[in-house]
Design a protein around this ligand. Structure first.
Ligand code: NAD
Length: 369
C-alpha cells in the first residue's frame, strides 16, 4: 500500500492541496491505487505550532513514505524570523531536499494548445502547444561548492561537479527522455568552464546506455535564446544547478502562468513502487490571494500526476490526470490567472471539481468501450 506524506504548508497551500487530494481519491478505485495519505505540518504553520518549520515528526513521516506531496511554504509573516534558519524556505524546504538527497529537479513546461493565448510568445511560435521537460541538478555546482567567502572586497563561489553527480542526473534525464520524445539536449558552458567539459564528457558516456535516445549539446547562452526562438525543438533538457535554475524559470514562463507548472524532485532511493520523490507546484504560497479560493490548483494536481508516474509507477493514472486537465482547459474553464479579458474565472474548488468530473466521465466512457 503506497504511503504519501501530504504537507499543505502556508498561504494557498491548503487550498490547492485539497484539490489534488480530491483528484487522487477519485482515481483510487479505477486504478486500484490503495493510497494512504497522511498530513503533516510544514513551513510557517509548523513554526507557529511547534517552533520549527520542519518538525522532527514531519521529517520522519517523509522518510517513511513512498512520496511527498507539498503545497507551498512561506509568507510575509515569517520573513523576519530569527535565526534565519527557522524561516520556512531555509528551515524546511532546503533541509527536506538535503536530508532526502533529492538531487534531480524535473520541471515540465507544458502549454496546452487551448492556453496558447496565455503565453507571452507569438502565436505562431506556440501554436499547437509546448512540451519541454527541464531536468536540473539540484544539490551540486556553484550553490554548494566550497570555498565560499565574501570579505566585502572580494567574494568567492566555487563550482564543483564530480563524475558520480553527473552520471546520476544524466541517467534520470535519459530515462525521462526514453519515456517521452527520446531527445535529450545537454546544456553546458563547455567553451569556458572545466566543470562543463567534464559534464559533457560524462553525459556522452552515459548516452551509450541509451542508444534509443538522441543526445545533443548546447551552450547555455544559446539555449536561453533558442527557448524563446523555437521552444518546440526541445524534448528534455538536462543541465547543472545554476543553469537549470535560470532556464527552468524561463521555460516555465513560456507557459503563461506559474499556476500551471508542476515539479518533481527525485533522489536515488527506490521504494517498492518506484523512485522516492517530493512533488510540488513551481509557485510559492501566493499570500496575496491566500484564503480567497481563487488560486489555480492545476500545478498541484499535475504534480500529483508526476508523483503517480515517478514514485508509484502508475503511468496510466498519471496520463488520466493530464488528459482530464487538458479536457477541462479545452472546455474553456479558467481560473483568474489564466483567464483572458472577457472570460469569467472559476474558483479553486470549481477547477478541482471539474478535473474530477472529467476523470470520472473519461473512466465511464472507457468502461463502456
Ligand atoms: N516551494 C515553495 O514553497 C516556494 C516557492 C517560491 C516562493 N515561496 C514563498 O512563497 C511566498 C510568496 O512568494 P512570491 O509572491 O514571490 O511567489 P508566488 O509564486 O507565491 O506568487 C507570485 C505571483 O503568482 C501568483 N500565483 C502563484 N501561484 C498561483 C496560483 N496557483 N494561482 C494563481 N496565482 C498564483 C501569486 O498570486 C503572485 O501574484 C514567499 O514567502 C516565498 O518565499 C515558496
Amino acid at each position: 500500500m503506497p504511503t504519501i506524506a501530504v504537507l499543505a504548508g502556508d498561504g494557498i497551500g491548503p487550498e490547492i492541496i485539497a484539490e489534488a487530494k480530491k483528484v487522487l481519491v477519485a482515481l483510487e478505485e479505477r486504478f486500484d491505487l490503495d493510497l494512504t495519505l497522511t498530513e503533516a505540518l510544514v513551513g510557517g504553520v509548523a513554526y507557529d505550532e511547534t517552533g520549527h518549520p520542519l518538525p522532527p515528526a514531519t521529517l520522519e513521516l517523509c522518510k517513511q513514505s513512498d512520496a511527498i506531496l507539498l503545497g507551498a511554504v512561506g509568507g510575509p509573516k515569517y520573513d523576519a524570523i530569527e535565526p534565519a534558519d527557522l524561516r520556512p524556505e531555509r528551515g524546511a524546504l532546503l533541509p527536506l531536499r538535503k536530508h532526502l538527497e533529492l538531487f534531480a529537479n524535473l520541471r515540465p513546461a507544458t502549454l496546452s494548445p487551448a492556453l496558447a493565448s496565455s503565453s507571452p510568445l507569438r502565436a505562431d511560435i506556440v501554436e499547437g502547444g509546448l512540451d519541454v521537460l527541464v531536468v536540473r541538478e539540484l544539490t551540486g555546482g556553484l550553490y554548494f561548492g566550497q570555498p565560499k567567502s565574501n570579505d566585502g572586497e572580494r567574494a568567492v563561489d566555487t563550482c564543483v561537479y564530480t563524475k558520480p553527480e553527473i552520471v546520476r542526473i544524466a541517467r534520470i534525464a535519459f530515462e525521462a527522455a526514453r519515456k517521452r520524445g527520446k531527445k535529450l539536449c545537454s546544456v553546458d558552458k563547455a567553451n569556458v568552464l572545466e566543470t562543463s567539459r567534464l559534464w559533457r564528457t560524462v553525459v556522452h558516456e552515459v548516452a551509450k546506455e541509451y542508444p534509443d535516445v538522441d543526445v545533443s549539446d548546447m551552450l547555455v547562452d544559446n539555449c536561453a535564446m533558442q527557448l524563446v526562438r523555437n521552444p518546440r525543438q526541445f524534448d528534455v533538457i538536462v543541465t547543472e544547478n545554476l543553469f537549470g535554475d535560470v532556464l527552468s524559470d524561463e521555460a516555465s514562463m513560456l507557459c503563461g502562468s506559474l499556476g500551471m507548472l508542476p515539479s518533481a524532485s527525485l533522489g536515488t532511493r527506490q521504494t517498492a513502487f518506484g523512485t522516492f520523490g517530493l512533488y510540488e507546484p513551481c509557485h510559492g504560497s501566493a499570500p496575496d490571494i491566500a484564503g480567497q479560493g481563487i488560486a489555480n490548483p492545476l500545478a498541484t494536481i499535475l504534480s500529483a500526476a508526476m508523483l503517480l508516474r515517478y514514485s508509484l509507477g502508475a503511468e496510466d493514472a498519471a496520463l488520466a490526470i493530464e488528459s482530464a486537465v487538458a479536457s477541462v482547459l479545452d472546455s474553456g474553464l479558467r481560473t483568474a490567472d489564466i483567464a483572458v479579458t472577457g472570460e469569467t474565472p472559476v474558483g479553486t474548488a470549481e477547477m478541482g471539481d471539474a478535473v474530477v468530473a472529467a476523470l470520472e466521465s473519461d473512466g465511464e466512457s472507457l468502461a463502456r468501450d
